[in-house]
Design a protein around this ligand. Sequence first.
Ligand code: GAR
Length: 221
Amino acid sequence: MEKIKIQPKKLPAKLAVLISGRGTNLQAIIDGIKGGEINATIEIVISNNPNAYGLERAKQANIPTKVIDHREFSTREDHERAILSVLAPLDIDLIVLAGYMRILTPLFIRPYYGRIINIHPALLPAFPGTHAQKQALEYGVRISGCTTHFVDEGTDTGPIILQKAVYVRQDDTEETLSQRILKYEHILMKKTIQLFCEGRLTLDGRKVIIEGIKSIEELGL
Ligand code: GAR
């Protein structure tokens, strides 16, 4: 299979961030851009949920927002077409799913394959889908963590970019484990976007090659 180098057309990279909720990962991106860790701009924040607190975070940072409520569309595809039509004129380099809780269909993914990333609160391929931290606790794993990956047509099945392991404590609740994982989600999110901005990501089938390192251990996450 052909290798595909994934990179922005020019810098700063143009991001669109899709959210559904409180938006702490969005905040990490906003802060990463402000602090000079990420060479990008957020062109728009789109939420399917009109009450998502992340919308307030975007407004505070003077980022345009758009609510596209899935409940107003009769099919998943119609909802996605509405999002695509908002994105089309913005010349977006990378779509970031930051706690976006809707599964995307091929209609959305195909035109953007390799340019959509997601963050997931478990070590994929373990515990895909919703409530990953609860799934991990109930299974009894000793180690969980978080993963960033390119989005493909499955649920949390796309090529893995970065992962960070987090120990599960015997007295963990869903909340305490989620909180410890979240801290590393923010770190992974920022690093993943910056690797993209630096043009260091190459897709080789379902593997991602990161230029300049042998192991992600070297990134000191
Ligand atoms: C994060 O923990 C993210 O990994 C998870 O939702 C949370 C959103 O938090 N995403 C998924 O579970 C996707 N399947 P945030 O709104 O504070 O960024």
